[in-house]
Design a protein around this ligand. Structure first.
Ligand code: NAD
Ligand code: DAU
Length: 352
């Protein structure tokens, strides 16, 4: 048996592939375009492992996707590939529309053609699992209950609008064509291999380099944080037992304000790698807010818990400690992803 994973060289995708092959011998075909966010180094431990078949390619390339499906005949597609960074979507939304909307459309059409000609068990057990985000639901007020799966879609950024569009396409391909889809909407992930354009890894690498820690606005925006391998186990649970056509929220029941996240990271670094110049929190610097910045996300993850028995294994305290330690242990990984393209992005976003 084989599964096709898209975007499996990115942050969550590579954690998912590694996790999958730790627990199963089922082959993973990994289709990834290796954009700035894709990094084969994350998968280095699988070099020479026949269970991992890496294919460099674009989900917008219908002919390539058709050929992959015909050759490998997967029993499921787990779709991670996306442009994922909100700030980049504000600077340049075009790539987000192309990959997240057109790419998902292309993949759905290829999956529909492939699934239509399957027979018997192969047809009834096939799944298209779409990996999405809580950002499609918009922003909560302080006293609002957390997002349930029934919450109206109110995306506010080009990124979240593109992901909302892709969710709608997936829903429609099920409703109209009967394609057996599953969608998961997850909160903010953190953990190993997280690209240092996102809050937690950016704060760790900047602090270690003695650079300012840029907190947008007042830093009181709230996110729900989930350790990445818990997201992976949630996806596995839904893929194995989720009801076709349903969406499942995945979250950590762990709301925190950004400024508190930054302070926690600083305190851990003070403990694990003290800086003779003083506490890392001295580097915190409030900068101009993100345009259209969503104030609060929170996830009601009762459906996946009640139906499938899924719960996160990590608390924030255990997960963030592991994460900070991972970055301390992998300076060469950080150095290699901080390429010329990375530096150009940092200059554009934070003015040098
Ligand atoms: P990422 O940016 O780290 O990785 C994206 C991967 O997709 C990269 O390997 C990239 O090379 C690949 N890719 C991009 N365009 C492609 C294309 N056209 N064809 C093939 N491959 C392409 O993203 P991530 O943080 O790992 O997120 C993965 C998925 O999970 C995304 O769909 C994202 O919306 C969703 N998600 C992310 C989070 C989070 O906190 N990071 C939370 C919830 C949901
Ligand atoms: O909620 C799930 C989403 O989480 C995913 O769908 C996205 O792919 C993922 O990138 C993430 O989006 P966010 O915008 O929440 O993540 P980011 O790490 O960019 O920012 C987290 C919070 O920290 C957000 O409120 C903005 C703030 N922030 C971010 C950066 C990069 C800062 O204050 N300073 C920064 O330099």
């Amino acid at each position: 048996m084989t599964i096709l994973v898209t975007g499996g060289a990115g942050f969550i995708g590579s954690n998912f592939v590694l996790d999958w092959l730790r627990g199963s011998d089922e082959t993973v075909v990994n289709l990834d375009a290796l954009t700035y966010a894709g990094n084969l180094e994350n998968l280095k431990s699988l070099d020479g492992d026949a269970r991992h078949v890496f294919v460099k390619g674009d989900i917008c390339d219908r002919a390539q996707v058709d050929a992959l499906l015909a050759t490998h005949r997967p029993r499921a597609i787990v779709h991670f590939a996306a442009e994922s960074h909100v700030d980049r979507s504000i600077h340049g939304p075009g790539a987000f529309m192309r990959t997240n909307v057109e790419g998902t459309f292309t993949l759905l059409e290829a999956a529909r053609a492939y699934w239509s000609q399957l027979q018997g068990d192969a047809k009834s057990s096939f799944r298209f699992h779409h990996v999405s985000t809580d950002e499609v639901y918009g922003s909560l007020k302080p006293q609002d209950p957390p997002f349930a799966e029934t919450h109206p879609y109110e995306p506010n950024s080009p990124y979240s609008a593109s992901k909302a569009s892709s969710d709608h396409l997936v829903r429609a391909w099920h409703h109209t064509y009967g394609l057996p889809v599953l969608t998961t909407n997850c909160s903010n992930n953190y953990g190993p291999y997280h690209f240092p354009e996102k809050l937690i890894p950016l704060m760790i690498v900047n602090a270690l380099a003695g650079k300012p820690l840029p907190v947008y606005g007042d830093g009181q925006q709230i996110r729900d944080w989930l350790y990445v391998t818990d997201h992976c186990s949630g996806i596995r649970a839904v893929l194995a037992g989720g009801r076709v056509g349903e969406t499942y929220n995945i979250g950590g029941w762990n709301e925190k304000a950004n400024i508190d996240i930054v302070r926690i990271v600083c305190a851990l670094l003070d403990e694990l790698r003290p800086d003779p110049a003083g506490p890392y929190s001295r580097l915190i610097s409030h900068v101009t807010d993100r345009p259209g910045h969503d104030r609060r996300y929170a996830i009601d993850a009762r459906k996946i818990a009640d139906e499938l028995g899924w719960r996160p294994a990590e608390t924030f305290e255990t997960g963030i400690r592991k994460t900070v330690q991972w970055y301390l242990d992998h300076p060469e990984w950080v150095a290699r992803v901080q390429s010329g393209a990375y530096r150009e992005w940092v200059d554009q976003q934070y003015g040098g």
